[in-house]
Ligand binder design. Structure first.
Ligand SMILES: Cc1cc2nc3c(=O)[nH]c(=O)nc-3n(C[C@H](O)[C@H](O)[C@H](O)COP(=O)(O)OP(=O)(O)OC[C@H]3O[C@@H](n4cnc5c(N)ncnc54)[C@H](O)[C@@H]3O)c2cc1C
Length: 373
């Protein structure tokens, strides 16, 4: 195998992905774990409030132990910061094959497996474990391509010395702006932050507004763009990816439109427009789901679409497995000739134990393939 070929590609380094990587490592299966964020457990680092305790909760009625005890949150709960520190140390100590800041983009079927495109290039793999959790940042919808636009604030200092555009009307956008303003203030940079929202009003809670207000009073430059609409993603004549955002629009009676627009290099733009469940990604990959009809589902509501998986978490595309929070709170399990909704609580325990089931199933498949050769 060349450097870019692996038996298994694991997408998302949360509890499910890290456990899968560790188990592949133990089983001698070649693998790569990719993570879009800057660190392992990025999903947890982003969503848990600072200082929150992490509990080793198990699903009700489950006696099953944590299948990777090293990743189990301690029985006497510790803060999220401590837990993350411990996990980072574990990943380093085990020398897991991890590539950070690598976003999964698409999959193409090949004779021997899959060609996966990521933000850092393509990889050839036989099997894929999707462990990217339940919260996928929404993409901007514009004519052209806006993939270069950041969706999380990794480092506010990155925006020092540049006019920055933050898109989104809620608390996340407001918090991101406060952090960028603070970094700019500390660096004595007076380049403004433009705050654009598609609606006419912004919707921020009191505490967030107070934080932002404080930064503005301390000298932060914010230019509000209510009613602004991202329109076009394009590459300019210098090869720079740019985002064009329409800031005002007047339609005359003769049909002519007069509008103003701003164009920002995409590296100056952050889109905080919320997150969505993983279903659109599953659809894009062609993984089958089933809509719940009345009386069939106990956890999901009528009309909800649930992913169709085997008891080993293999999807309807051979060799593509889905584990962890991405399939919570329930999925449709194919077993023999029947299909039934199966509960799947969104817990660290479930994510880790899914990884165990999948890696053991993959090991058996590989052994089966080898014995036929
Ligand atoms: C506030 C809060 C508190 C919680 N407290 C507890 C608790 O105390 N105990 C407990 O058991 N559970 C708790 N949970 C639930 C628990 O955090 C989840 O069940 C668990 O994180 C799911 O793990 P996962 O690996 O499936 O997904 P995640 O932890 O979401 O990890 C997915 C990873 O994939 C990455 N990713 C996403 N998209 C891509 C992409 N396209 N390419 C590459 N990487 C990608 C993400 O950055 C992320 O790091 C809590 C959840 C929340 C929100």
């Amino acid at each position: 195998m060349t450097q870019q070929e692996y038996e298994v590609l694991i997408i998302g380094a949360g509890p499910a992905g890290v456990a899968a990587a560790y188990l592949c490592h133990q089983q001698g299966i070649s693998y790569l774990l990719i993570e879009s964020g800057k660190r392992v457990f990025q999903g947890i680092a982003t969503t848990y409030p600072a200082g929150k305790n992490v509990f080793p909760s198990r699903p009700k009625d489950s006696e099953e132990p944590f299948r990777v005890t090293a990743l189990q949150p301690p029985d006497k709960p510790v803060t999220v910061e401590k837990y993350l520190q411990y996990v980072e140390h574990f990943v380093e100590h085990e020398e897991l094959n991890l590539q950070l800041e690598t976003q999964f983009e698409d999959v193409q079927e090949e004779r021997q497996g899959y060609l996966v495109s990521t933000s850092k290039g393509a990889l050839r793999v036989k099997r894929i474990i999707l462990s990217f959790g339940s919260s996928i940042p929404k993409e901007l919808t514009v004519y052209g391509d806006a993939k270069m636009v950041a969706k999380t604030l990794d480092d506010p200092k990155k925006y020092i010395g540049m006019r920055t555009l933050v898109i989104g009307g809620g608390n996340t956008a407001a918090d991101v702006i406060s952090s960028i303003l603070r970094a700019k203030r500390e660096a004595e940079d007076d380049q403004p932050v433009y705050w654009a929202h598609i609606a006419a009003t912004f919707d921020v809670n009191k505490e967030t507004a107070q934080r932002l207000g404080e930064e503005i009073l301390l000298g932060g430059h914010v230019r509000l763009l209510p009613g602004a609409q991202p329109r076009i993603g394009e590459v300019d004549k210098y090869g720079v990816d740019r985002l064009v955002i329409r800031t005002s629009e007047v339609r005359q009676s003769d049909g002519i439109e007069i509008y103003n627009a701003l164009s920002f290099p995409m590296q100056n733009v952050l889109a905080c427009i919320g997150s969505q469940g993983p279903l659109p990604v599953f659809d894009k990959l062609g993984l089958q789901s089933i809509a719940c009809t009345e009386g069939v589902c106990r956890v999901a509501k009528e009309g909800d679409r649930l992913l169709l998986l085997t008891a080993d978490f293999e999807s309807t595309r051979k060799g593509i497995y889905v584990i962890g929070g991405g399939i919570s709170p329930s999925f449709m399990c194919i077993s023999g000739s029947s299909i039934q909704e199966r509960k799947h609580p969104n817990l660290i325990h479930t994510a880790i134990n899914d990884a165990y089931t999948v890696v053991i199933a993959i090991r058996e498949k590989i052994d089966g393939e080898l014995s036929k050769q």
